[in-house]
Write a protein that binds this ligand. Sequence first.
Ligand code: CTP
Ligand code: MG
Length: 240
Amino acid sequence: MAAGAGDAGLATALIVAAGSGERLRAGGPKALVELAGRPMYEYSLEACRQASKVGQIVIAVPPGKAAAFGTATGAGSGVRIVEGGATRSHSVAAGLALIDSATVVVHDAARPLVTPGLIDEAVTALEAATGLDGVIAAAPVTDTIKRVGKDSRVSETLDRSTLRAVQTPQVFRRAALSAAIAAGDLDNATDDASLVEAAGGAIAIMDSPSFNIKVTVPEDIASAEAILADRDRKDDPESC
Ligand code: CTP
Ligand code: MG
Protein backbone atom coordinates (compact mmCIF):
# COMPACT_ATOMS: atom_id res chain seq x y z
CA MET A 1 0.00 0.00 0.00
CA ALA A 2 1.37 3.44 -0.87
CA ALA A 3 2.31 5.74 1.96
CA GLY A 4 0.05 8.69 2.58
CA ALA A 5 -2.94 9.97 4.50
CA GLY A 6 -4.55 6.53 4.53
CA ASP A 7 -1.78 5.06 6.67
CA ALA A 8 -3.51 5.48 10.01
CA GLY A 9 -3.63 2.15 11.75
CA LEU A 10 -1.23 0.47 9.35
CA ALA A 11 2.14 -0.88 10.42
CA THR A 12 5.40 0.73 9.34
CA ALA A 13 7.98 -1.58 7.77
CA LEU A 14 11.62 -1.06 8.72
CA ILE A 15 13.93 -2.83 6.27
CA VAL A 16 17.45 -3.14 7.66
CA ALA A 17 19.91 -3.03 4.77
CA ALA A 18 22.92 -1.34 6.35
CA GLY A 19 25.19 -4.36 6.72
CA SER A 20 28.45 -4.72 4.84
CA GLY A 21 27.88 -8.33 3.80
CA GLU A 22 31.34 -9.53 4.79
CA ARG A 23 30.46 -13.22 4.52
CA LEU A 24 29.06 -12.74 1.02
CA ARG A 25 32.41 -11.32 -0.08
CA ALA A 26 30.81 -9.32 -2.91
CA GLY A 27 33.03 -6.29 -2.46
CA GLY A 28 30.12 -4.01 -1.55
CA PRO A 29 26.98 -3.83 0.59
CA LYS A 30 24.94 -7.06 0.47
CA ALA A 31 21.63 -5.22 -0.04
CA LEU A 32 22.91 -3.90 -3.39
CA VAL A 33 24.12 -7.28 -4.68
CA GLU A 34 22.00 -8.38 -7.64
CA LEU A 35 19.65 -11.30 -7.45
CA ALA A 36 18.14 -12.30 -10.81
CA GLY A 37 19.08 -8.86 -12.15
CA ARG A 38 17.73 -6.68 -9.33
CA PRO A 39 19.43 -5.35 -6.19
CA MET A 40 18.59 -7.63 -3.28
CA TYR A 41 16.83 -5.00 -1.15
CA GLU A 42 14.25 -4.33 -3.89
CA TYR A 43 12.60 -7.70 -3.27
CA SER A 44 11.91 -6.93 0.40
CA LEU A 45 10.82 -3.42 -0.52
CA GLU A 46 8.36 -4.77 -3.08
CA ALA A 47 6.94 -7.30 -0.60
CA CYS A 48 6.45 -4.53 1.99
CA ARG A 49 4.80 -2.32 -0.63
CA GLN A 50 2.37 -5.08 -1.53
CA ALA A 51 1.57 -6.05 2.06
CA SER A 52 -1.90 -4.71 2.83
CA LYS A 53 -1.07 -4.27 6.53
CA VAL A 54 1.93 -1.99 5.81
CA GLY A 55 1.70 1.76 5.22
CA GLN A 56 4.98 3.58 5.45
CA ILE A 57 8.40 2.07 4.76
CA VAL A 58 11.79 3.05 6.17
CA ILE A 59 15.09 1.56 4.95
CA ALA A 60 18.31 1.69 6.97
CA VAL A 61 21.20 1.84 4.49
CA PRO A 62 24.97 1.76 4.87
CA PRO A 63 26.39 5.19 5.81
CA GLY A 64 27.30 7.16 2.69
CA LYS A 65 25.41 4.80 0.35
CA ALA A 66 21.95 6.40 0.26
CA ALA A 67 22.34 7.48 -3.38
CA ALA A 68 22.80 3.87 -4.46
CA PHE A 69 19.31 3.08 -3.13
CA GLY A 70 17.89 6.02 -5.08
CA THR A 71 15.83 4.61 -7.90
CA ALA A 72 13.41 2.55 -5.83
CA THR A 73 13.29 5.01 -2.98
CA GLY A 74 13.39 8.45 -4.60
CA ALA A 75 11.07 11.40 -4.08
CA GLY A 76 7.42 10.40 -4.26
CA SER A 77 8.15 6.76 -3.53
CA GLY A 78 6.88 7.08 0.04
CA VAL A 79 10.02 5.35 1.26
CA ARG A 80 12.28 7.06 3.78
CA ILE A 81 15.98 6.34 4.01
CA VAL A 82 18.10 6.54 7.14
CA GLU A 83 21.77 5.73 7.67
CA GLY A 84 22.24 2.58 9.71
CA GLY A 85 24.71 1.97 12.50
CA ALA A 86 27.65 -0.21 13.41
CA THR A 87 25.51 -3.25 14.32
CA ARG A 88 22.14 -4.48 13.15
CA SER A 89 20.46 -3.28 16.36
CA HIS A 90 21.96 0.19 15.96
CA SER A 91 20.48 0.24 12.45
CA VAL A 92 17.09 -0.75 13.86
CA ALA A 93 17.40 2.04 16.43
CA ALA A 94 18.18 4.59 13.71
CA GLY A 95 15.13 3.55 11.69
CA LEU A 96 12.84 3.34 14.67
CA ALA A 97 13.58 6.96 15.52
CA LEU A 98 11.58 7.94 12.40
CA ILE A 99 8.58 5.73 13.16
CA ASP A 100 5.50 6.60 15.18
CA SER A 101 2.96 3.97 14.10
CA ALA A 102 1.65 1.59 16.79
CA THR A 103 3.06 -1.45 14.99
CA VAL A 104 6.48 -1.96 13.39
CA VAL A 105 7.58 -4.75 11.05
CA VAL A 106 11.36 -5.23 11.13
CA HIS A 107 12.71 -7.16 8.16
CA ASP A 108 16.22 -8.00 6.94
CA ALA A 109 17.01 -6.99 3.35
CA ALA A 110 19.06 -10.19 3.41
CA ARG A 111 15.78 -12.20 3.33
CA PRO A 112 14.61 -11.24 -0.17
CA LEU A 113 12.16 -14.14 -0.57
CA VAL A 114 9.71 -12.79 2.01
CA THR A 115 6.18 -12.46 0.67
CA PRO A 116 3.46 -9.86 1.33
CA GLY A 117 1.39 -12.72 2.74
CA LEU A 118 4.02 -13.62 5.34
CA ILE A 119 4.30 -9.98 6.44
CA ASP A 120 0.52 -9.58 6.67
CA GLU A 121 0.20 -12.86 8.57
CA ALA A 122 2.67 -11.69 11.22
CA VAL A 123 0.99 -8.30 11.62
CA THR A 124 -2.44 -9.93 11.85
CA ALA A 125 -1.19 -12.40 14.47
CA LEU A 126 0.09 -9.59 16.68
CA GLU A 127 -3.08 -7.54 16.21
CA ALA A 128 -5.20 -10.50 17.22
CA ALA A 129 -3.16 -11.26 20.33
CA THR A 130 -3.57 -9.83 23.78
CA GLY A 131 -0.61 -9.64 26.11
CA LEU A 132 1.98 -10.00 23.36
CA ASP A 133 4.63 -7.46 22.42
CA GLY A 134 5.86 -9.20 19.30
CA VAL A 135 5.32 -11.99 16.78
CA ILE A 136 8.35 -13.34 14.93
CA ALA A 137 8.81 -15.68 11.97
CA ALA A 138 10.63 -18.86 12.93
CA ALA A 139 11.27 -22.30 11.46
CA PRO A 140 11.64 -25.70 13.11
CA VAL A 141 15.27 -26.76 13.51
CA THR A 142 16.18 -29.68 11.27
CA ASP A 143 19.67 -30.40 12.61
CA THR A 144 20.24 -31.86 16.05
CA ILE A 145 21.73 -29.11 18.22
CA LYS A 146 24.36 -29.78 20.88
CA ARG A 147 25.88 -27.49 23.46
CA VAL A 148 29.67 -27.59 23.23
CA GLY A 149 32.12 -26.63 25.94
CA LYS A 150 35.88 -26.48 26.21
CA ASP A 151 38.05 -28.68 23.94
CA SER A 152 35.08 -29.33 21.61
CA ARG A 153 33.48 -31.47 24.32
CA VAL A 154 29.71 -31.95 23.97
CA SER A 155 28.01 -31.06 27.23
CA GLU A 156 24.36 -31.44 26.20
CA THR A 157 22.05 -32.47 23.36
CA LEU A 158 19.09 -30.11 23.24
CA ASP A 159 15.49 -31.20 22.72
CA ARG A 160 15.00 -30.24 19.09
CA SER A 161 11.21 -30.13 19.35
CA THR A 162 11.47 -27.05 21.57
CA LEU A 163 13.92 -25.18 19.30
CA ARG A 164 13.23 -22.72 16.49
CA ALA A 165 15.53 -20.91 14.06
CA VAL A 166 14.45 -17.30 14.17
CA GLN A 167 14.01 -15.18 11.07
CA THR A 168 12.42 -11.93 10.01
CA PRO A 169 9.80 -10.48 9.64
CA GLN A 170 9.58 -9.63 13.33
CA VAL A 171 6.53 -7.53 14.21
CA PHE A 172 6.33 -5.51 17.41
CA ARG A 173 4.24 -3.05 19.29
CA ARG A 174 6.36 0.00 18.62
CA ALA A 175 6.35 1.23 22.21
CA ALA A 176 7.71 -2.10 23.46
CA LEU A 177 10.45 -2.23 20.82
CA SER A 178 11.44 1.41 21.44
CA ALA A 179 11.74 0.81 25.19
CA ALA A 180 13.75 -2.38 24.61
CA ILE A 181 16.09 -0.63 22.17
CA ALA A 182 16.60 2.26 24.60
CA ALA A 183 17.59 -0.16 27.39
CA GLY A 184 19.24 -2.94 25.40
CA ASP A 185 22.70 -4.17 24.51
CA LEU A 186 22.72 -2.97 20.90
CA ASP A 187 26.32 -4.04 20.36
CA ASN A 188 25.64 -7.74 20.90
CA ALA A 189 21.97 -8.56 20.19
CA THR A 190 21.42 -10.71 17.08
CA ASP A 191 17.70 -10.10 16.75
CA ASP A 192 15.12 -7.57 17.90
CA ALA A 193 12.94 -9.99 19.80
CA SER A 194 15.79 -10.85 22.17
CA LEU A 195 15.97 -7.20 23.20
CA VAL A 196 12.23 -7.15 23.88
CA GLU A 197 12.55 -10.44 25.81
CA ALA A 198 15.40 -8.97 27.88
CA ALA A 199 13.16 -6.03 28.74
CA GLY A 200 10.49 -8.45 30.01
CA GLY A 201 8.30 -8.41 26.90
CA ALA A 202 6.26 -11.34 25.60
CA ILE A 203 7.07 -12.74 22.16
CA ALA A 204 5.38 -15.52 20.19
CA ILE A 205 6.63 -17.27 17.10
CA MET A 206 4.79 -17.76 13.85
CA ASP A 207 5.80 -20.75 11.72
CA SER A 208 7.66 -19.56 8.65
CA PRO A 209 7.89 -21.38 5.31
CA SER A 210 11.21 -22.89 4.19
CA PHE A 211 11.55 -20.43 1.30
CA ASN A 212 12.26 -17.49 3.62
CA ILE A 213 16.04 -18.04 3.55
CA LYS A 214 18.73 -15.52 4.46
CA VAL A 215 21.41 -14.74 1.92
CA THR A 216 24.61 -14.95 3.94
CA VAL A 217 27.34 -16.73 1.93
CA PRO A 218 27.92 -16.79 -1.86
CA GLU A 219 26.17 -20.16 -2.34
CA ASP A 220 22.94 -18.67 -0.96
CA ILE A 221 22.61 -16.48 -4.09
CA ALA A 222 22.01 -19.52 -6.31
CA SER A 223 19.48 -20.94 -3.82
CA ALA A 224 17.59 -17.64 -3.69
CA GLU A 225 17.58 -17.33 -7.48
CA ALA A 226 16.27 -20.89 -7.81
CA ILE A 227 13.37 -20.09 -5.46
CA LEU A 228 12.61 -16.92 -7.47
CA ALA A 229 12.70 -18.84 -10.75
CA ASP A 230 10.35 -21.46 -9.33
CA ARG A 231 7.97 -18.70 -8.23
CA ASP A 232 8.06 -17.10 -11.69
CA ARG A 233 7.29 -20.45 -13.30
CA LYS A 234 4.27 -20.97 -11.04
CA ASP A 235 3.04 -17.41 -11.72
CA ASP A 236 3.38 -17.81 -15.49
CA PRO A 237 0.15 -19.23 -16.96
CA GLU A 238 2.05 -20.30 -20.11
CA SER A 239 4.25 -22.65 -18.12
CA CYS A 240 3.41 -26.27 -17.67
N1 CTP B 1 22.33 -4.99 9.08
C1 CTP B 1 22.18 -3.62 9.26
N2 CTP B 1 23.14 -2.89 9.91
C2 CTP B 1 24.26 -3.49 10.34
C3 CTP B 1 24.43 -4.89 10.17
C4 CTP B 1 23.44 -5.61 9.53
O1 CTP B 1 21.16 -3.06 8.83
N3 CTP B 1 25.19 -2.75 10.94
C5 CTP B 1 21.32 -5.74 8.33
C6 CTP B 1 21.87 -6.36 7.06
O2 CTP B 1 21.89 -5.39 6.01
C7 CTP B 1 20.95 -7.52 6.81
C8 CTP B 1 20.45 -7.88 8.21
O3 CTP B 1 20.86 -6.83 9.08
O4 CTP B 1 19.85 -7.19 5.99
C9 CTP B 1 20.99 -9.23 8.67
O5 CTP B 1 22.40 -9.14 8.82
P1 CTP B 1 23.46 -10.07 8.11
O6 CTP B 1 22.80 -11.14 7.32
O7 CTP B 1 24.48 -10.43 9.14
O8 CTP B 1 24.09 -9.07 7.01
P2 CTP B 1 25.50 -8.35 7.04
O9 CTP B 1 25.80 -7.87 8.43
O10 CTP B 1 25.47 -7.35 5.94
O11 CTP B 1 26.47 -9.55 6.64
P3 CTP B 1 27.83 -10.03 7.38
O12 CTP B 1 27.45 -10.33 8.81
O13 CTP B 1 28.25 -11.23 6.60
O14 CTP B 1 28.79 -8.87 7.27
MG1 MG C 1 26.00 -9.29 10.06
